[in-house]
Design a protein around this ligand. Structure first.
Ligand SMILES: Nc1ncnc2c1ncn2[C@@H]1O[C@H](COP(=O)(O)OP(=O)(O)OP(=O)(O)O)[C@@H](O)[C@H]1O
Length: 260
């Protein structure tokens, strides 16, 4: 079976530094997969490669949808976003002086698209009017418990809430694959637990594929179906949370002694 996303022997060099070194991985439809590794392992660079923000030095990235194959290494970030790959960033990128609602509306497209918002919420198959876009935005804000904040300027939201809004913006593009770069960074344990449930919920409700980078091991172990471990640009291990937890190479390189 062809994978939804297939990454083969990808290399990215920055001058003399090989940030991503011969990395292969795949994502299947509706999977929830984590990418972990120590600081500087190459995780964000890999996300940048997958979303077209950085070009590969060598290797291949293919997307298979609707019996079609798309070579992503030849596509721009905008083309890749149009193919349904959406992401959040380690450093929050919101329109700080726009309201929560306007942040979501600006992420939506009013082009013809039968995405999950239209199917799950039984909305029209494309948004002909701003009113229809607002209805879809309101449903998303409701799921993320942001309804009370919809007229709040993004800059006035608490940090954890800004992170949730970032995910709503990424979802508003109705992606097939959602890349989350450290979604729980800076959150307290309670916010992290809520976020864990939320990510699981949206992945199931919208039937999307999620790849997330995360340092919070409770979130990773509770959420991921499979885990990839990067170390110094190379793929160190891959497996289920149980397999990764007990992998001696991973324990040595990353988890460290004392990790339960
Ligand atoms: N644009 C760039 N130019 C030069 N070096 C870069 C660039 N982007 C990343 N690097 C280097 O590539 C390596 C991998 O960095 P990357 O940010 O991908 O790691 P990471 O696993 O995401 O780390 P962290 O967990 O700290 O975010 C680092 O040594 C980094 O300094």
């Amino acid at each position: 079976m062809e994978h939804l996303l297939q990454v083969e022997h990808v290399v990215r060099k920055f001058g003399g530094l090989t940030a991503v070194n011969d990395v292969s991985l795949h994502l299947d439809k509706h999977e929830l997969v984590a990418l972990i590794g120590p600081n500087g392992a190459g995780k964000t660079t890999l996300f940048n490669l997958l979303t077209g923000m950085v070009q590969v030095t060598s290797g291949k990235i293919d997307l298979h949808v609707d019996q079609q194959n798309y070579d992503l290494t030849r596509k721009s970030a905008v083309q890749i976003a149009d193919l349904g790959l959406s992401r959040t960033f380690q450093n929050i990128r919101l329109f700080k002086n726009l309201t929560v609602m306007d942040n979501v509306l600006t992420a939506m497209t009013n082009e013809y698209k039968e995405g999950f918002l239209t199917t799950v919420f039984r909305l029209p198959s494309f948004y002909r009017t701003e009113k229809e876009m607002r209805v879809a935005a309101e449903k998303l804000l409701d799921i993320f418990d942001l309804t009370a904040n919809k007229q709040t300027l993004a800059k006035n939201l608490p940090y954890g809430t800004q992170r949730r809004l970032e995910i709503v913006r990424a979802l508003a593009t109705e992606p097939q694959i959602l890349f989350l770069d450290e979604p729980a960074a800076g959150m307290n344990p309670e916010e992290t637990a809520d976020l864990t449930n939320l990510i699981k919920h949206i992945q199931q409700e919208f039937q999307i594929t999620v790849l997330l980078i995360e340092h919070d091991m409770s979130l990773v172990m509770n959420l991921a179906e499979r885990i990839y471990v990067l170390d110094q640009g190379q793929m160190l291990a891959t497996g289920t949370p149980e397999e990764i937890r007990s992998n001696p190479k991973v324990i040595e390189a990353y988890l460290g002694e004392g990790e339960d």
